[in-house]
Write a protein that binds this ligand. Structure first.
Ligand code: ATP
Length: 598
C-alpha cells in the first residue's frame, strides 16, 4: 500500500479514468448478478407454474442484459487502458527527468541495463496493475460483497454453511503472497542483471572480440541466465502448489452447498429455483477467490516494480542548485577562476586532490600536466561541479560556484573530454548539440576551426552523415575534432580540453590550437595534456603528482629548473640535439620524426 501511496502523484491526476473504469466494471458485475435471479424466476415462476408465454420476454431480457454487460466491459477496458497508459507515460517522463538531474556520483555506480529494465519491464508491471489490476481487485471485493448479500437475502443459514471455507481460502492467499513477493523481487533483480550483461556485451563487443573472450562472455551470461531461470522455476513451483490448494478448497464449498442445499430442497425449506440461483451465486464468491492468486501475482509484481521505480525516483541528488542560487548572465561573466585550498576525495577513497590553489585570471590559459591518476581531470570535474567540494572553495569571478545555479554555471563552460561521445544523429546535430538556433555557417565555421570541415565534406552526405552509436564509423581523431567543434560553437567563457587532442596527430593538433588562439582570445582555457607541445604556450603550467601540485610556472621557468616537467620534456624531445630543444616547435618535431621514419 505504501508503494500505491507514493505513486499517488502519478495516478491521482488521472482519477477520472480510474473512476470511470471502476464504475463500468461495477456495472458489468452488478449486471452479472441479474443472471442467477433470472434463473430463479425461470424455474420458480415460469417453468414450474407452466407460464411458458413469459419465455420470449425473459429471453429478450437476457439478451439485453448480456449486451449491456458487454458494453460496460468494453468501457471498463477502454478507460482502464487509458489510465494505465497515461500513468506509465507520466512515470516514464518523470524517470527520464530524474535521470537527467542525477549527479555524476550516481552514474559512477549505476548500471545501464538495470536502469533500462526499470524504465521498461518495471513500468509495464505498474501499467498493468494501475490500468486493470487495481480495478479488478476492487471488483473482486464487490463481487464477494454483492454475491454474499444476495445469498444472505435468499437463505442466510445456507449462506453461512456454504461459505465456511472462505477463511481457509483467504489464509492460503495471504500465505502465498508472503512467499511470492520476495520471489518476484529476486526475479526483477535477476532480470536486470541479465539486461546489464547483454547491454555491456553489446557496448563492449569490439573489446570482447579483440580479446577473443566470446566464450567467457557466454559463460558469464549463462550464470545470470541460470539465476533468472531458477527464480522463474521457484515462482512457478509456488504457483503449482497454490492453484490446486485453492481449487480444492473452493470446490469444497460447492460440495457443501450440494449436500446442505439439496437436503433443504428435499425438506421443502428451500425452493428449487432458489437452490439453482444459490449454486450460480456461489461462483460469484468462489470465482474471485480463485482469481485471488492472479490478482496477488499482479499486485506483487506491481509492488516489486514500484519499489524499484520509486527507488530511482527517490534517489538522492548530490549536486543541485542552492535555494536562491545566482543565475549567471553570459555577458557579465568574465571567466576568472580560483581554486583555494581545495582538498577532495571521491566517496570511500583517499584524497584525489590535496590543498590545490589555482588562480586563472579571465582569458588565461592554464596547462595541467601529470601522470595518469594525478588528479588533472578531477580539477576539471570540480570546476564543472560534477561533485561538490567540501574542503576549500572554487570561485568564478569571485563567487563561490556552490552559490551559482548549476545549469547556468555549466552553460559558461565547454568541455572536450578524452573519450568522445557522439549521439547517433547527423554530424550537424552533433556539432550543434550544446546550442539552440544555430546556422549552417556557424556550424561550418566551428568545424573549420576544429579542422573537421575537410573530412566532413569528403563524406558522401557531408554534414548530414548520421554517425553510428557512440560515433561508430569515424576514427578517434575525427570524433575528437567533431567534439572540439561542438565545444567551440558554444562560444564559452571557459574552455576545457581534457586530453582533447590525444587522438589527432601533432600537426593537426597544432593547427587546431592555432584555431583556438583565434577563438579563445579573452576566454579562460584549461588544457590537460600529456604532450608538452600542447601546453608550452600556457600562461601557467601546473604539474600534479598524486593529487599535489609539485611544480608551477611558465614553460620557460619550468624548463629552467630540475623536476618532473624537465624530465618529461627531455623524454618527449629526446630526438633533438640539446641546442634544438628549446626552439623546437611542433612542425619541427613532425618533420624530424618523418625523416627518422624515412
Ligand atoms: N569517478 C571516480 N570515482 C572514484 N574515483 C575516481 C573517479 N575518477 C577518478 N578517480 C580517482 O581519482 C584519482 C585522480 O583521477 P583523475 O581522473 O583526476 O586523474 P588524471 O590525472 O586525470 O588521470 P588521466 O591522465 O589518466 O586521465 C585517481 O586515483 C582515480 O582513480
Amino acid at each position: 500500500m505504501d508503494v500505491l501511496r507514493q505513486l499517488k502523484a502519478f495516478y491521482f491526476p488521472e482519477r477520472k479514468y480510474l473512476i470511470a473504469s471502476i464504475f463500468f466494471l461495477m456495472c458489468a458485475t452488478a449486471l452479472g448478478l441479474v443472471y442467477p435471479n433470472l434463473l430463479r424466476y425461470l424455474i420458480d415462476d415460469v417453468v414450474r407454474p407452466k407460464n411458458f408465454e413469459l419465455v420470449p420476454q425473459l429471453a429478450l431480457i437476457v439478451v439485453s442484459v448480456i449486451s449491456f454487460k458487454a458494453l460496460n466491459q468494453f468501457l471498463h477496458g477502454f478507460f482502464g487502458g487509458r489510465l494505465g497508459n497515461r500513468v506509465a507515460y507520466r512515470l516514464r517522463n518523470a524517470l527520464y527527468d530524474k535521470l537527467q538531474t542525477l549527479s555524476f556520483q550516481y552514474y559512477d555506480k549505476a548500471k545501464t541495463g538495470d536502469l533500462m529494465s526499470r524504465l521498461t519491464a518495471d513500468l509495464e508491471a505498474i501499467r498493468n496493475f494501475i490500468g486493470f489490476g487495481f480495478a479488478q481487485i476492487l471488483n473482486m471485493v464487490l463481487m464477494v460483497a454483492f454475491g454474499g448479500a444476495m445469498m444472505l437475502s435468499i437463505h442466510w443459514q445456507l449462506t453461512l454453511i456454504t461459505l465456511i471455507t472462505i477463511p481457509v481460502l483467504a489464509f492460503l492467499a495471504v500465505r502465498f503472497e508472503k512467499r511470492i513477493h520476495p520471489a518476484f523481487r529476486e526475479m526483477r533483480q535477476a532480470m536486470s542483471n541479465l539486461t546489464t550483461a547483454v547491454q555491456e556485451n553489446i557496448t563492449g563487443v569490439r573489446t570482447v572480440k579483440s580479446f577473443a573472450r566470446e566464450k567467457h562472455e557466454v559463460t558469464k551470461f549463462s550464470v545470470r541466465n541460470e539465476a533468472y531461470q531458477k527464480n522463474q522455476i521457484g515462482a512457478a513451483s509456488l504457483w503449482a502448489k497454490f492453484f490446486p490448494a485453492m481449487e480444492l478448497t473452493a470446490n469444497m464449498s460447492a460440495v457443501i452447498l450440494l449436500i446442505a442445499g439439496g437436503m433443504m430442497v428435499i425438506n421443502n425449506s428451500l425452493q428449487l429455483g432458489e437452490f439453482v440461483a444459490f449454486f450460480s451465486l456461489i461462483w460469484y464468491i468462489i470465482g474471485p477467490m480463485w482469481g485471488l492468486g492472479f490478482h496477488i501475482n499482479n499486485y506483487t509484481q506491481f509492488k516489486a516494480s514500484g519499489e524499484r521505480v520509486l527507488g530511482l525516483l527517490n534517489e538522492h541528488i548530490h549536486v543541485k542548485s542552492a535555494d536562491k542560487a545566482i543565475v549567471l548572465s553570459p555577458e557579465d561573466v568574465k571567466g576568472h577562476v580560483r581554486f583555494e585550498h581545495v582538498t577532495f576525495n571521491y566517496p570511500d577513497k583517499s584524497a584525489a586532490l590535496t590543498d590545490i590553489n589555482i588562480d586563472a585570471p579571465a582569458g588565461s590559459v592554464i596547462g595541467l600536466l601529470g601522470a595518469t591518476g594525478a588528479g588533472k581531470s578531477t580539477i576539471i570535474q570540480l570546476l564543472m561541479r560534477a561533485y561538490n567540494v567540501k574542503q576549500g572553495t572554487i570561485s568564478l569571478d569571485g563567487v563561490d560556484i556552490r552559490q551559482i545555479d548549476v545549469e547556468s554555471l555549466r552553460r559558461q563552460i565547454a568541455p572536450v573530454f578524452q573519450e568522445t561521445f557522439l549521439f547517433s544523429a547527423s554530424i550537424r546535430d552533433n556539432i550543434a548539440y550544446g546550442v539552440r538556433d544555430v546556422t549552417q555557417e556557424e556550424i561550418e565555421y566551428a568545424a573549420q576551426l576544429a579542422k573537421a570541415h575537410d573530412f566532413i565534406m569528403e563524406l558522401p552526405l557531408g554534414y548530414d552523415t548520421v554517425v553510428g552509436e557512440r560515433g561508430m564509423g569515424l576514427s578517434g581523431g575525427q570524433k575528437q575534432r567533431i567534439a572540439i567543434a561542438r565545444a567551440l560553437i558554444k562560444n564559452p567563457r571557459i574552455l576545457i580540453l581534457d586530453d582533447a587532442t590525444s587522438a589527432v596527430d601533432m600537426e593537426t593538433e597544432h593547427e587546431i590550437q592555432a584555431g583556438f588562439k583565434e577563438l579563445m582570445a579573452g576566454r579562460t582555457t584549461f588544457i590537460i595534456a600529456h604532450r608538452i607541445s600542447s601546453l608550452r604556450h600556457a600562461d601557467e603550467i601546473i604539474v600534479l603528482d598524486k593529487g599535489h601540485i609539485v611544480q608551477r610556472g611558465t614553460h620557460a621557468e619550468l624548463i629552467a629548473m630540475p623536476g618532473p616537467y624537465r624530465e618529461t620534456y627531455n623524454i618527449q624531445y629526446a630526438d633533438f640535439p640539446a641546442g634544438d630543444k628549446n626552439t623546437a616547435n611542433v612542425t619541427d618535431i613532425n618533420e624530424r620524426r618523418r625523416s627518422i621514419v624515412q
